[in-house]
Design a binder for this molecule. Structure first.
Ligand code: FNR
Length: 400
């Protein structure tokens, strides 16, 4: 798919198909796959499908708004790009392409700790970049990193807490994929079978930028993505606790988000120590397999921590999914793979297309639902699939 034919992609599924054709199998597997038996990966989709809308026509929806305010900024849509590591594998200068696409669309973008473009450069391209950290339980490492992120003008810090150690992703092992990336026959053969990717991304990256390095795990530049560096980013992460979050809260003046919580009591804990928001996430089914879905975890968290901005990800593929998440208590959402599929298919234009598809679908869906503004979404618009309505959607009101 070329930049010019992007409009042929009518859905995120189309972008996924295009990405599958463009990427070596090992890299497509890295993006699309999940851990172990893929229970959570699949459940993430099923959770959205288990809700149905109860529309309310004959309401004036001639003017519709999907704008949302988050941490002092107004965004054009309640959908941002989730942090994703080594985006450079999907497209030349992938971090910058994603950052630009989000900035031009007026939607949030979260730069991953596992990225290969210095965060200072990304923040120049998109001054509203959020930074996602993978942190060791070592304040001597965390402190200087916070200073670096603040000095780049980044105002939102997202600390991901559901990657204590690497998960088991069997497809990656079978495909010869690993981080650090270790060249092997399966990987090389996969690259040779995708000449457009090989020349347009792999060779182009090597020639223009050299071997990508992990630029943003700590205050200083990390090692190349093809080699494990002693004392690298993974060291010490498993020991992290709420103590470090408290420590960060005392020193970080910007907005602080914790990503990867699924328990109501953890939302309460986050709120009580002054965290500004929570990303309700099971990491897109890439970490502990068999977890509760974000969507099923959401209502209890919203109820337990009123006023705490909850940003939901994991499984969102349609505008209707976004509306369901907002109706169940999310303030906004993030999408991971949809943006990465777009990036792989056609670079910045493809990522922009993914964001535009969500925006267009949300707009149409709001009209058809009979809700002029996302701020008015509530469980009043939903019922469980298969549920026989007594009157309007009364059974839902019995939810805790
Ligand atoms: C991720 N995710 C992720 N999360 C994070 O906090 N730091 C990271 O570096 C990464 N890296 C990463 C790479 C790839 C290829 C994917 C697909 C995902 C998880 C991501 O932020 C988000 O939680 C999920 O992708 C959301 O699920 P969907 O939208 O992909 O279904």
């Amino acid at each position: 798919m070329t930049t010019h034919s992007m409009n042929n992609a009518l859905s995120i599924r189309d972008l996924e198909t295009a990405a599958r054709k463009r990427l070596p199998a090992s890299i497509f597997g890295y993006v699309s796959g999940g851990s172990e038996d893929l229970l959570t990966l699949r459940a993430n989709r099923a959770a959205f499908d288990a809700w149905r809308f109860v529309p309310r026509p004959l309401v004036n929806v001639a003017k519709r708004s999907q704008k949302v305010e988050l941490f002092g900024k107004t965004y054009s849509a309640p959908v941002g790009i989730a942090p994703m590591g080594v985006a450079t594998l999907c497209h030349f200068d992938g971090d910058v392409a994603l950052a630009r696409a989000a900035h031009e669309a007026g939607q949030p973008y979260v730069l991953s700790a596992a990225s290969t473009t210095p965060l200072e450069r990304v923040a120049q391209v998109n001054p509203d970049t959020w930074y996602q950290a993978y942190l060791p339980a070592d304040t001597a490492v965390i402190g200087p990193l916070l200073e670096r992120v603040a000095a780049a003008g980044i105002g939102v810090l997202v600390v991901t807490v559901d990657v204590q150690i690497a998960s088991m992703r069997e497809n990656e092992i079978r495909n010869g994929f690993s981080i650090p990336l270790r060249p092997n026959p399966t990987l090389i053969m996969g690259g040779l079978l995708r000449p457009r990717w090989l020349l347009g991304n792999f060779v182009r990256t090597l020639l223009a930028q050299g071997v990508p390095h992990f630029e943003n795990f700590t205050a200083t530049r990390g090692g190349p993505i093809i080699r494990a560096t002693p004392g690298d980013h993974r060291a010490g992460r498993a020991a992290m606790t709420w103590e470090e979050i408290r420590w960060i809260r005392e020193r970080w003046n910007g907005a602080l988000l914790v990503k990867g919580l699924l328990r109501a009591s953890d939302a309460v804990m986050a709120q009580s120590i002054g965290v500004d928001g929570v990303v309700v996430s099971n990491h897109g089914g890439r970490q502990l397999d068999g977890t509760v879905t974000s969507l099923d975890a959401l209502p209890a968290m919203a109820l337990a921590a009123p006023g705490l901005p909850l940003i939901l990800d994991s499984g969102i593929r349609r505008g209707t999914d976004v509306l369901k998440a907002l109706a169940l208590g999310a303030h906004a959402t993030l999408v991971g793979r949809p943006a990465m599929y777009g990036l792989a298919a056609a670079g910045q234009a493809g990522a922009a297309q993914a964001l535009a598809l969500f925006k267009r679908e949300i707009d149409v869906d709001l009209a058809l639902l009979g809700c002029a503004d996302i701020a008015q979404l509530s469980t009043d618009f939903l019922c469980r699939a298969g549920e026989v309505l007594a009157a309007d959607n009364i059974p839902l009101k019995e939810l805790p």
